[in-house]
Design a protein around this ligand. Structure first.
Ligand code: NAD
Length: 474
């Protein structure tokens, strides 16, 4: 049992006077494994004041100096990778062998990438008789979710530090423990006091206090579309810059010339990874009507490879979902899909046999649902795939684009140009061609109600920069 009773503010661990704590529950054992402070607007004020005080000197450091600190954070995280992976598996449930590679490997790589980008980015350019400066936007509040908790933190913290911003991080109350480990690593890396601050607490209190704070210049948020809308409203009063990474209901479009088995297996894996708790998950599989039954059979076969079980058992591919609330949301969606007449190919709302303890959900695949049914429209955030038939390519594009979201997607075809032509028509921020993988250097973000702004790569760095132009009399 871990008891955190301090927050990281102004370069030091300071006691949180609030008696209220947040219990962190292991989704595999349902036991309380830790408590963290439930901060309030008092700690938010202290953290923002520290970040503001540190801003002038940190934003004036050379990019090379910032790169050195980022490199040390990269090395510090790498050295503690096994411990961090165990922590994340315990608090949110991803199988340990995957967590080490994905939940820790990705943030380790992000800090290295931002060290490199700080060194190579052109912070100034000449345009006619002007010099255009790229300057840090100011004090950033980073508000993050629980599904890839440290990755989502690193995407914001790495880029913001490289840009010269100072920050207050409010991690998810569901999986906050990894953020304490990051704060320790950052402290050891010698980041000047106040540049990075950590305040834990609930979204409605700590989160909203940050969003409303007049001395915060930018909100970088990842989470639900509902919270993103609320944040936009609250931030409008102080005209803050807001960057939102929200939900998705992404479609994998399998064209009639594609290798159907590869497409179905690839999409099932994409959908079920992290128990379906991935905002970019391909949760709708679109196949030519003539091949629907073949695709259904292949999907059931692929699902059988996704063994559900204890995150600390090496054979597990799919752990529990992150919380009791999340399991209830997922079950609710599955029941609604059945009530709407969906055909269950596998899974369902009941817990997998033998896994009654822990927030486990059976990997579930639906067929025979209409593209406008709730199960085919709303983000489930669980291991649930919907297979939808289409008539022709135009119909496939129409169905793929027919939700309020636009985060990700896939196109499968034997002809790359054909796949790219369809990808161009998808209103989403990223499209995987024939199962192409995640790229930290490529822009990540959404169209439509999946949000705005981009993270990762040089695009993510630019989010945290202002433009300033100096005009010379020549
Ligand atoms: P959430 O939006 O409730 O919480 C995300 C973060 O925002 C947390 O740190 C939370 O405390 C904070 N927050 C919540 N309300 C806030 C407010 N009014 N002001 C400021 N901060 C606030 O999301 P969640 O509970 O972590 O996950 C729920 C749903 O969010 C999921 O089911 C899924 O639909 C979606 N989600 C999307 C992504 C993504 O990357 N797009 C990631 C995680 C979750």
């Amino acid at each position: 049992m871990i008891r955190h009773d301090q927050l990281y503010i102004g370069g030091a661990w300071v006691p949180c006077p609030s008696r209220e704590v947040i219990e962190v529950v292991s989704p595999s054992t349902e036991e309380v494994i830790a408590t963290v402070p439930a901060g309030s607007s008092v700690q938010v004020d202290a953290a923002v004041t520290a970040a503001r005080a540190a801003f002038e000197s940190w934003s004036a450091t050379s990019p090379a100096e910032r790169a050195e600190v980022l490199q040390r954070i990269h090395e510090g995280l790498k050295a503690r990778a096994p411990e961090i992976a165990r922590t994340i598996s315990s608090e949110m449930g991803m199988p340990l062998h995957q967590a080490l590679r994905i939940q820790v490997g990705t943030p380790v790589a992000s800090f290295k990438l931002y060290a490199e980008l700080a060194r190579s980015f052109a912070f100034e350019e000449e345009v006619g008789h002007s010099r255009v400066l790229r300057e840090a936007v100011g004090v950033v509040a980073a508000i993050t979710p629980w599904n890839y908790p440290l990755h989502q933190i690193a995407a914001k913290v790495g880029a913001a530090l490289a840009a010269g911003c100072t920050l207050v991080l409010k991690p998810s109350e569901v999986a906050p423990l990894n953020a304490f480990l990051l704060a320790e690593v950052i402290h050891e890396a010698g980041l000047p006091p106040g540049v990075f601050n950590l305040v834990t607490g609930y979204g409605g209190t700590v989160g909203e206090a940050l969003v409303a704070h007049p001395d915060v210049d930018m909100i970088s948020f990842t989470g639900s579309t509902l919270a993103g809308k609320r944040i936009s409203e609250v931030a409008a009063h102080t005209v803050k810059r807001v960057s939102l990474e929200l939900g998705g209901k992404s479609a994998a479009v399998v064209l009639d010339d594609a290798d159907l088995a590869a497409a179905v297996h690839g999409t099932v894996a994409n959908c079920f990874m992290n128990a379906g708790q991935t905002c970019t998950a391909h949760t709708r599989l679109l196949v030519p009507r003539a091949r629907l039954e073949e695709a259904c059979a292949l999907a059931v076969e692929a699902a059988a490879d996704w063994r559900v079980g204890d995150p600390f058992d090496e054979r597990s591919q799919l752990g529990p979902v992150a919380s009791a609330l999340q399991r209830e949301r997922v079950r609710h969606h599955i029941r609604a899909g059945v009530e709407a007449g969906g055909r269950l190919l596998c899974g369902g709302p009941d817990a997998p046999i033998g896994l009654e303890r822990g927030y486990y959900v059976s990997p579930t695949i639906f067929a025979d649902v209409r593209p406008d049914a709730r199960i085919a429209q709303e983000e489930v955030f669980g291991p649930v795939l919907v297979i939808l038939p289409y008539e022709d390519e135009n119909d496939a594009v129409r169905i793929a684009n027919g939700t309020v979201y636009g985060l990700s997607g896939g196109v499968w075809s034997a002809t790359e140009e054909r796949a790219v032509a369809v990808a161009r028509r998808l209103r989403t921020g990223q499209v995987n061609i024939n199962g192409g993988g995640f790229n930290l250097k490529a822009p990540f973000g959404g169209y439509k109600q999946s949000g705005h702004g981009r993270e990762l790569g040089v695009y993510g760095l630019e989010e945290f920069l202002e433009y300033k132009s100096l005009q010379f009399k020549r």
